[in-house]
Design a binder for this molecule. Structure first.
Ligand code: ZN
Length: 454
């Protein structure tokens, strides 16, 4: 099958160009001057639209297997398609948590049957004797978190958490041998245990108390953990990926480590820049995750997104039911943390482009080129000939309003309900096949393939 995306612009080599894009089968085969493409091809009229590389989300909580009352691999990849995402990486906090080759094989089989977009899955690097064997399954990274859930048992099951520096050190030495990257949610639980006592003693378990706890001492819970991780990465040579980069000090430490040759990539998430204010937390409570990002840190994150200190924006898509969130009004520690976002993230970032807060080139790098480059994903993150035809057609001038009614995720709500902006996802293709067009998800379960590494 041959298709031509004609009459629009194509984002290639860092800029928009008036080109026609030729797709043969699953690949992009040529970029040609407008009107000079093959005449026997199906034409997709992109007049007024810009073709961007399909977005790549390396941090997504699919909830399957085990938590399919929240989300499953069909619903979350429908949300991805509608949001312009053509590749996703799932996380290991499913049930059974992904720690062994057996768990990993079974989980990857579920993706094969159900995923609409391309995928990979990051297992937890918890069992040292499983690390090398899991690498053979074609994974791109491992994931671990340093959080302990107090007052709840999810989304951070203790089986796949790591809370001792010695254990982290052993783990990173083992991962270094695979040359894959370790993604870590940095967190200092010992400090959190102390800080939260001051609120609990006063009987305050509100979302705002939770937010202030996480942000205590200008972000020390994040910063001390990040410092430890960077030092261990330097000691072991393990490639490191810091998720939830959200303080000025984290950014400084990451830049400093890079100067010393540490291979560290940094990720922030939509909620850091679009949902982390005091007002958001007081209005929406646990629905917005309730990680408080004070204005000066939010500013530092925006600066880092513009100057490249932060490499990518990942969704950390983390759906939970309303019931699991409502309890947060009386006890935020009991509410499952996390908020959905994969369907809304790219429009929110395109709105930031429209507002002049971010260049389109940085937006594309943050959402597709950088994740593909840093996680070594083959044929993704670019519209150059030879790449997979993973394409998102966007209308940079089309306004949007986000509503719960349009949510593809099983939970049926979004923290952005009612928010408006400019810059819309119009159509999404995965390897040349439409998975989203004209407001409808058209991709079929099983279309997605596990991505390969370069
Ligand atoms: Zn996460």
């Amino acid at each position: 099958m041959r298709r031509v995306i004609a009459n629009g612009e194509v984002f290639v080599e860092g800029e928009r160009r008036p080109l026609d894009l030729v797709i043969e089968g699953e690949s992009i085969t040529a970029l040609l001057a407008r009107g000079t493409g093959p005449t026997d091809a199906e034409v997709i009229d992109a007049n007024g639209l810009v073709a961007l590389p399909g977005a790549v989300d390396v941090h997504m909580h699919t909830r399957e297997p085990g938590y399919t009352h929240k989300e499953d691999l069909i619903t979350c990849t429908r949300a991805a398609a509608a949001g312009g995402y053509t590749t996703i990486f799932g996380m290991p906090n499913v049930d059974p948590p992904t720690m062994t080759t057996e768990d990993l094989d079974a989980t990857l089989e579920l993706y094969r049957e159900k995923s609409i977009v391309d995928y990979n899955h990051n297992p937890a690097a918890k069992l040292l004797d499983q690390i090398a064997a899991m690498a053979d399954r074609g994974i791109a990274a491992y994931k671990i978190f340093m959080v302990v859930d107090t007052g709840r048992t999810y989304p951070h099951p203790s089986a796949i958490g790591v809370h001792e520096h010695g254990e982290l050190y052993e783990m990173m030495k083992e991962i270094a041998k695979t040359d894959l990257r370790l993604m870590v949610h940095p967190h200092d639980q010992s400090l959190m245990d102390v800080v939260e006592q001051s609120y609990w003693a006063a009987g305050d378990r509100s979302p705002w108390a939770y937010g202030k706890t996480l942000a205590a001492e200008d972000g020390m819970i994040w910063d001390t953990a990040t410092g430890t991780l960077l030092r261990l990465a330097e000691a072991t040579g393990c490639k490191l990926h810091i998720v939830h980069t959200q303080t000025a000090r984290q950014i400084e430490m990451i830049e400093d480590a890079r100067q010393r040759g540490v291979d560290v990539s940094a990720e922030t998430n939509h909620w850091t820049i679009f949902l982390g204010t005091e007002e958001d937390i007081k209005e929406q409570g646990s629905y917005v995750l309730s990680y408080y990002v004070p204005p000066h840190h939010q500013q530092a994150v925006w600066d880092a997104l513009r100057n490249g200190s932060i490499d990518m924006v990942a969704s950390d898509h983390a759906p939970h039911t309303r019931e699991e969130k409502e309890v947060g009004w009386t006890d935020a520690w009991a509410a499952h943390t996390g908020t959905p976002g994969i369907q809304d993230q790219l429009p929110l970032l395109l709105d930031a482009v429209h507002e002049g807060k971010l260049s389109l080139a940085r937006c594309v790098d943050l959402t597709s080129a950088a994740p593909a480059r840093i996680f070594n994903i083959d044929k993704k993150g670019s519209l150059a000939p030879g790449s997979d035809a993973d394409i998102v057609l966007v209308d940079l001038g089309r306004p949007w309003t986000i509503t719960n009614e349009a949510v593809e995720s099983k939970i049926g709500w979004t923290p952005y309900h009612g928010r408006s902006g400019t810059g819309s996802v119009v159509r999404t293709l995965v390897r040349g096949t439409d998975v989203y067009a004209n407001g409808e998800v058209t991709g079929l379960p099983g279309h997605g393939k596990q991505v390969t590494l370069r």
